[in-house]
Design a protein around this ligand. Structure first.
Ligand code: M6R
Length: 616
């Protein structure tokens, strides 16, 4: 969603800010803006569309100042216009503000400010916040203990309901940035004679790897040489400086046409990284360092509850299947956005898991907080180290797959599947699973990178299929048991990057409605393995065929499909059920990617989407 970059130091701010904004493009946005302190006042440029549209506008201003901020906006309040883009300037010209999040009580604030003579150029809640800071600044007396600027921001935020990550500049204190968060991530970058702030490490990692993750309710005051953090309500806090472990090359294409393609092909290595050092010495189970729950405590839980959104929820659904099968423990999965409001009756001995690549998805975070509020332990499966979810969880498992840039999650998803399978194994081995069954699963999981490499060899074949099928406007994805969530994932992948309407269903459920869609115009992608469901899936395929629907079968190599049943077959290697969902995912990632490329879509920045959804 929206991106934030702020800079104060000795170098020209504009090029650093624009580069930072480009590094945040993957998060999704519809307009961009920049403000730099220049010749005793703020110079501001704002433009709808890409950062590339903003660059010529910024160039016209000949920005040389060393104090500035930039923003990419994903519209919430007010349409996509130049005026609504950030930064916003207060009507007295003293305060400049960028903001991620939503100020829910902005209407009453605006009414108050209009009464005081403040004027507005946009329809945004952000401009209201900006003017309220200006109002408090005008009233604030000099205080030996705190800068007037910080006090004005603090007073304003005490009135703000909703979520925010803000960066503020003030014409009375040029060279100082004030930044604060509640619900929207912010990271401070501590450089050599320079300070930075961003909503995502990607924007600042080229300048520094020393960062401080700001917590909810904290305000930071930055100058080139120093930074101080206080809370909204009380005194100074001692910050922890973390080291970012990935470098800027992780955010480069390295010869690929798109990040999605790069990340699809990175999956064998990503899986290796996700499981490295996580199997027991006797080779019969998985080990995780950060659970913060003993094996004995784990054994005491009677149920597991998973919450997540989008692709991550699909990974939870596969985990549910494997955990119930291997460990014989009841598992529930829920959309985090629904769970947080359902007030669902819960069993006392329930352990919670949330899954989130970014660790910033607002609904997942809220579901986690709701579970914690009710006294449940929550573990997080998460990729971004230091994310809000990772920090607030009682423990968890990092995915360790590096920076995922493509909006369409690929390597993060398969690593979530892998971790879900490892977790299922871990729980099963604490219960009834035998040593030899454990060893068999460990061996299967260790073999998953090689199986994925084999599946990736179908890329050219799948590209050919994509060319033939890109013309369709609807598609069904059908699978059973652990491959049903992969059908959901295939449909999600296709629609989010190609804008083709697609639906995922359990194959047998098709007869209860979706079959009405089937015709020559609506192909179906089936997932078929040689296991217990083979005959049933073949029957469903026949029902589609009888209605002239084209069939693409993603089938394990040992499946003997009736001659002529499938129009296209994408073979995948025969494998253990613990890794089957991982391997079956690869063809649908490639199919969606090549269809989107064929249609000329903006694969890494699909319309209306954001990499991490930080507003409700
Ligand atoms: O960062 P998260 O895993 O919490 O994100 C959840 C969803 O927003 C995300 O998986 C989304 O569905 C992806 N665009 C799917 O490719």
């Amino acid at each position: 969603m929206c991106g934030i970059v702020g800079y104060v130091g000795k170098h020209k701010a504009a090029p650093l800010i624009l580069e930072g904004l480009k590094r945040l493009e993957y998060r999704g946005y519809d307009s961009a803006g920049i403000a730099v302190w220049q010749d005793g006042k703020f110079a501001v440029a704002k433009k709808t569309g890409r950062v590339a549209n903003l660059e010529p506008e910024a160039a016209k201003l000949r920005l040389t100042g060393t104090y500035g901020m930039g923003h990419t906006r994903w519209a919430t309040h007010g349409g996509v216009t130049d005026a609504n883009a950030h930064p916003h300037v207060s009507s007295d010209g003293k305060i400049v503000l960028i903001h991620n999040g939503v100020i829910e009580n902005y209407a009453s604030m605006k009414k108050f400010l209009l009464g005081k003579g403040y004027t507005f150029k946009s329809e945004t809640d952000t401009e209201v916040l900006c003017n309220l800071i200006a109002y408090h600044l005008a009233k604030e007396a000099e205080d030996p203990d705190e800068s007037r600027f910080v006090s004005a921001v603090r007073k304003t935020l005490r009135h703000a309901e909703g979520t925010y990550g803000i960066v503020v500049m003030c014409s009375e204190m040029p060279g100082e940035l004030v930044t604060a968060r509640k619900g929207s991530p912010l990271i401070l970058g501590i450089g050599d004679g320079e300070s930075l702030v961003a909503s995502d490490v990607a924007a600042i990692v080229s300048r520094t790897q020393s960062v401080v993750y700001l917590k909810d309710g904290e305000i930071a005051h930055l100058t080139p040489q120093r930074f101080a953090i206080t809370t909204l309500t009380s005194g100074e806090v001692s910050p922890v400086i973390d080291k970012v472990t990935w470098s800027i090359s992780d955010a480069d294409l390295n010869g690929h046409a798109h990040f999605m393609e790069k990340e699809i092909f990175e999956q064998p290595a990503a899986l290796e990284n996700a499981m490295r050092g996580r199997f027991s010495e006797d080779g019969s189970t998985a080990n995780f360092g950060g659970l913060n729950i003993t094996a004995g405590e784990f054994r005491g839980f009677d149920r597991f509850q998973f919450c997540a959104c989008g692709t991550a929820l699909h990974a939870c659904m596969v985990t549910e299947h494997l955990m119930e099968r291997f460990a014989r423990v009841p598992v529930e999965c829920d959309y985090a956005s629904e769970f947080r409001y359902r007030n669902m009756p819960l069993f006392r001995n329930t352990l919670f898991f949330v899954m989130s690549q970014s660790g910033e998805t607002i609904d997942t975070l809220a579901a986690m907080r709701e579970a914690k509020r009710k006294g449940y332990k929550v573990l997080a499966i998460n990729n971004v180290v230091g994310s809000t979810i990772a920090r607030e969880a009682d423990g968890g498992i990092y995915q360790h797959v590096g920076h995922e840039v493509g909006v369409a999650s690929t390597k993060a998803f398969t690593s979530q599947l892998l971790i879900g399978a490892m977790l299922s194994l871990y729980v099963a081995r604490l219960r009834d699973m035998s040593f030899s069954e454990g060893v068999e699963i460990v061996q299967a999981l260790k073999g998953s990178p090689e199986l994925v490499r084999t599946a990736l060899q179908q890329a050219e074949h799948i590209k050919g299929i994509a060319k033939r099928y890109a013309k369709y406007r609807d598609m069904l994805f059908l699978g059973r048991l652990s491959l049903y969530p992969i059908a959901l994932e295939g449909a999600l992948k296709l629609k989010e990057i190609s804008y083709i309407h697609a639906e995922g269903y359990p194959a047998a459920e098709m007869k209860h409605g979706p079959i009405a869609l089937v015709s020559e115009e609506c192909p179906a992608v089936f997932f078929v393995s040689s296991g217990e469901m083979f005959n049933k899936v073949v029957s469903s395929m026949q029902e589609i065929k009888a209605r002239k629907g084209k069939i693409i079968a993603v089938a394990t190599a040992d499946c003997k499909l009736p001659e002529g049943l499938a129009d296209e077959v994408i073979p995948i290697p025969e494998c253990h059920e613990a890794v089957l969902p991982i391997v079956a995912t690869i063809p649908v990632q490639l199919l969606s990617y090549y269809v989107a490329v064929e249609l000329g879509r903006d694969v890494d920045k699909p319309r209306n989407l954001a990499k991490s959804v930080t507003v409700e």
